[in-house]
Design a binder for this molecule. Structure first.
Ligand code: TRP
Ligand code: SF4
Length: 436
């Protein structure tokens, strides 16, 4: 059965293997330097096109991280994964941008721009700084002209029927909502404009619910490429020009450039808008594309890298449903009082057996336990400590009450420290908001 991911629905995805298969999301199995626990523990499970960013990390080259937040409702632990990864990438020297999706919140949830500003700063930015985010560019969609401009110009290569197919829009969908995904494309791509970081490998760390936006952005970016580089049936590498102007000039420029890097045998057929390299191999395609980027820019193209994305699992709410701001008992809010957080944990759904006796005998199921998930995603740093809880639970040696007490203590400490850091963060806010 065909499933569609709806980025605006509140669905709790369970079957990540199926999602990967259905949408062609690849397994995330890169070995990053000093990986954050979300990478070590497989919470970040999939990606599209992360290879270009990985290469930049390995070669210590610059890369871009762009992510976004929806400024509606209170920030809870389910929102923390993105920022954890972003902070990790800052340790690898990334250029970081964070979009406050105020246009999207207005379009899809009726949040006013004033309210969005307040929520973005009070609920999100202060927590981000408290978590250790270093100065970077946090901007509002509605305040960055390049975002909207790029949304308009890139939009020339999509149409309503394509957007309906991806997002399930109907005739009654309001046009601001219809345009919101294009604004997100503007978010993701504007950072590669010369005014910002210039073309560079870019990663967008998101929850898997955002995949439609990622596919859409990648397709639209590719549609604007000046060249299509591909292996032909007879094992040549073909460079095909997608424009109708300046063909000979473009092909000559390509040939000159490729000669400089060592290719010697070419077959140029302007009537096919094609240049074949006879002595290139298919594993050299990405290097060839790299050479062509500056040519695309010289002929008035963007020269964008195809943006990549990583996908993390969405944390389960404490009741077993999705963790959601609109259902307070499902979520630990970062501004929760200690006693509220403790109560929610004490009431949380675990993977424990019906009785203590049964648990001793058959063990518990940590993979179905929201308390375990909380420890895995957020509360326990040490892998060995977490693993001990896992094996003890399976072996019937751990009691749910013990886990809950531990998690409650850890969350209380976490919230207390966070509150103190948040108070200190207030004076730093200006360093993050460029267009304030
Ligand atoms: N759509 C995202 C959400 O619902 C927010 C967002 C806006 C975003 N622009 C982005 C996420 C760019 C990643 C990249 O949370
Ligand atoms: Fe969850 Fe701990 Fe109970 Fe196991 S013992 S089901 S990990 S709360």
């Amino acid at each position: 059965m065909h499933v569609r991911i709806d980025p605006w629905a509140s669905t709790q995805y369970k079957d990540y293997a199926k999602l990967k298969e259905e949408f062609g999301i690849e397994d995330f199995s890169f070995s990053l330097p000093n990986p954050h626990k979300l990478f070590r523990r497989g919470v970040v499970f999939g990606h599209r096109g992360f290879g270009s960013v990985y290469k930049a990390i390995k070669n210590r080259n610059k890369f871009i991280v762009l992510t976004g937040l929806m400024p509606s409702g209170r920030m809870h632990l389910g929102h923390k994964m993105t920022i954890d990864q972003t902070i990790y990438y800052q340790t690898l020297n990334a250029d970081v941008y964070i979009a406050v999706a105020d246009i999207e919140a207005f379009a899809t949830r009726g949040v006013s721009f004033e309210k969005a500003t307040e929520v973005a700063v009070e609920e999100y930015l202060l927590n981000y700084i408290a978590f250790g985010l270093k100065p970077c560019q946090v901007y509002f969609q509605s305040k960055r002209k390049e975002v909207a401009d790029l949304a308009y110009t890139l939009a020339v290569k999509t149409n309503l029927s394509e957007m309906k197919a991806i997002y399930g829009f109907e005739d009654s969908t309001n046009m601001c909502h219809v345009f919101a995904p294009l604004i997100q494309v503007g978010d993701i791509m504007h950072v590669q404009l010369e005014k910002y970081s210039s073309p560079k490998p870019t990663v967008v760390p998101v929850g898997v619910d955002q995949d439609p936006h990622i596919r859409f952005t990648r397709d639209l970016t590719q549609a604007h490429y000046l060249f299509n580089v591909a292996e032909t049936k007879d094992n040549k590498i073909g460079i095909f020009v997608k424009s109708d102007e300046n063909i000979s000039n473009i092909l000559d420029t390509c040939e000159r450039k490729l000669k400089k890097i060592g290719y010697t045998k070419f077959n140029k057929i302007p009537s096919y808008k094609a240049l074949y390299i006879l002595d290139a191999k298919s594993n050299e395609i990405s290097d060839i594309e790299e050479e062509l980027r500056s040519i695309e820019i010289n002929f008035n193209g963007y020269g964008f890298y195809l943006p990549s994305a990583t996908y993390h699992r969405l944390i389960t709410g404490l009741t077993g449903d999705k963790m959601s701001s609109s259902k307070p008992e499902t979520a630990i809010f970062l501004s929760d009082k200690a006693e509220d957080a403790e109560r929610k944990i004490k009431n949380a759904k675990t993977g424990g057996a019906i009785s203590l006796e049964a648990q001793k005998k058959h063990g518990g199921k940590p993979e179905e336990c929201t308390v375990y998930e909380l420890m895995l995603y957020h509360l326990i740093e040490n892998d060995a400590e977490l693993e001990k809880i896992y094996t003890d639970c399976r072996a019937g040696k751990q009691k749910c009450g013990e886990c809950k007490s531990l998690a409650a203590e850890l969350i209380k400490k976490f919230l207390k420290e966070l509150g103190e850091k948040r108070a200190q963060a207030k004076e730093k806010v200006k360093e993050y908001l460029v267009e304030w």
